[in-house]
Design a protein around this ligand. Structure first.
Ligand SMILES: [Zn+2]
Ligand SMILES: [Zn+2]
Ligand SMILES: [Zn+2]
Length: 336
């Protein structure tokens, strides 16, 4: 059983998941081996290589766990958290712990082994976003859970061990640190100005124009004012809304369109870099961190261009060699 432990100084929760040591791409290996097409468990016809699906968008009335799907969601074969059991929150002297209860799922985005978000069509990306939403809405009903992290590691240096396009979802009984930090910042801004900090960012960046990479009727893609990484991008809805899963349908459609174009820009400008894609959304079932009125959901894209060096790990202080104004200029000038 994985375990959650809270650091008594920072309040940060970590997952101690010793079972994961047994996974094939153990950290003993320098570089994780990428599994190719022949043994790919995400390719059609290999459905029996994954745990049974929890959701699939299928055509021609095909049977579950067989060919004929467009998007397929399965539990992770090497889950960081476990679905069954109670949280059993307990103290151990001054320390806090609970069982590592939660869900860890894989969203197989397309039956085509070679596709990526930038080579998928807009409706295909939109279908993936719908699958994210459907899984979040389903898992939210579990009252042990507080947050659902939807993310994607594209490319080996971003942590992907399978090349077939997929995203992951981790449903947690605690609110992750980065969300807590953003909500506290949004709360401070709101307390001082009675305005959402993200709405203010969108408004100011659209007026200034120097860090807006691209926009459409619903979503604005920008290089944040103080990015941690070169070519870091945020995609924010213009309309205020705390949660990804509560967005109106046209926002997913607009997000799919913008996502595809900014990723094509990034691939052309930087020769298909590895990146992390993360949806930031307000927690649920949580009185302390909820932030429903002051949080504003968004997507962050973090290219892995420079390896995080000991300095960043040691100090938590990022050094970014590319200004967001320069990154914007480069991405905007890409010929589509
Ligand atoms: Zn495949
Ligand atoms: Zn807002
Ligand atoms: Zn964020």
């Amino acid at each position: 059983m994985p375990e959650l432990r809270k650091d008594p100084v920072t309040g940060r929760w970590v997952i101690i998941s010793t079972e994961r040591q047994k996974r094939p791409n153990d950290f003993r290996f320098e570089r994780p081996a990428i599994i190719g097409r022949e043994q790919c468990p995400f390719c059609p016809g290999h459905e029996d290589l994954t745990p049974p699906e929890v959701l699939a968008y299928r055509h021609n009335g095909s049977a579950p766990n067989s060919r004929g799907w467009d998007v397929r969601v399965v539990p992770n074969k090497f889950p960081a958290l476990q679905v069954e059991g109670g949280l059993d929150r307990e103290g151990d002297g001054m320390f806090d712990r609970m069982n590592g209860i939660g869900a860890h799922e894989v969203i197989i985005e397309t039956p085509a082994h070679d596709k990526t978000f930038s080579s998928m069509s807009e409706p295909e990306i939109e279908r993936v976003l719908s699958a994210f939403r459907a899984r979040v809405l389903d898992l939210k009903q579990d009252h042990r859970l507080r947050y659902i992290l939807v993310f994607k590691n594209q490319g080996a240096t971003a942590g992907a061990t399978l090349e077939h396009a997929h995203s992951q979802l981790i449903a947690l009984p605690v609110v992750p640190d980065f969300v807590r930090e953003e909500i506290e910042g949004a709360r401070r801004h709101f307390a001082a100005k009675e305005r959402c900090v993200f709405c203010d960012i969108v408004r100011q960046e659209l007026t200034a124009g120097v860090r807006v990479i691209q926009e459409n009727s619903d979503i604005v893609a920008l290089a944040p004012y103080a990015p941690r990484f070169p070519f870091e991008m945020w995609l924010l809805p213009r309309r205020h809304g705390a949660r990804f899963e509560d967005a109106p349908q046209h926002e997913y459609e607009s997000l799919a369109r913008l996502l595809k174009t900014v990723l094509v820009r990034m691939d052309r400008a930087l020769e298909c870099p590895a990146y992390n894609f993360i949806i930031h959304s307000a927690p649920f079932n949580d009185a302390n961190h909820g932030g429903a009125d002051l949080y504003h959901w968004h997507v962050e894209i973090l290219p892995k261009l420079a390896r995080t060096a000991g300095f960043e790990w040691g100090t938590g202080f990022y050094i970014n060699p590319t200004s967001p104004e320069e990154a914007t200029r480069v991405l905007r000038s890409v010929k589509l």
